[in-house]
Design a protein around this ligand. Structure first.
Ligand code: ZN
Length: 154
């Protein structure tokens, strides 16, 4: 496929659409490396055992800087969700459903629901994480456990 490009003119090949990916920093590099191994890693405070996410340098409960990495089971329940109908990036065709899931370890995690489309999971439905490998970074997606309800509104 070719299109007109302002800088290159007619016939310039369309570059592949790549999903945006995170840029790891000093604090988040181990987290992103774990995701490339298909592991969801939380930080657990060594001092008070609080499990936290997203990644940060300090425990929000006791202000300790000491933590260990804790591998999540990847299992949780739907806390909330939204169906996106307005496409804002070419790599994310609408509609798609974004889930906020409460994980077994406590933190709440946001990720797309698979399969894509206008899928409305029941609040409290059991989900688990699966992984999508991108060219730069593996990212989690939620999948409803078998037998979980979905709701079609309207
Ligand atoms: Zn703490």
């Amino acid at each position: 496929m070719t299109i007109y490009d302002r800088d290159f003119g007619v016939g310039h090949p369309v570059p592949p659409i790549v999903r945006p990916w995170p840029l790891p920093d000093r604090d988040t590099t181990p987290f992103w490396e774990a995701q490339n191994r298909h592991e969801l890693a939380f930080q657990q405070c060594v001092r008070c055992a609080h499990v936290r996410y997203p990644v940060g340098p300090m425990c929000p409960e006791c202000f300790s800087f000491d933590f260990e990495w804790l591998a999540s089971s990847g299992r949780g329940t739907v806390y909330s969700y939204t169906v996106v109908h307005h496409q804002t990036h070419p790599a994310f065709p609408a509609p798609y459903t974004v889930v906020l899931a409460e994980m077994e370890e406590g933190p709440r995690v946001i990720a797309q629901l698979r399969p894509a489309g206008d899928v409305r999971p029941a609040i409290g439905a059991a989900v688990h994480i699966e992984w999508e490998d991108g060219p730069h970074q593996a990212l989690p997606v939620f999948v409803l456990d078998s037998g979980q309800r979905t709701e079609r509104l309207g």
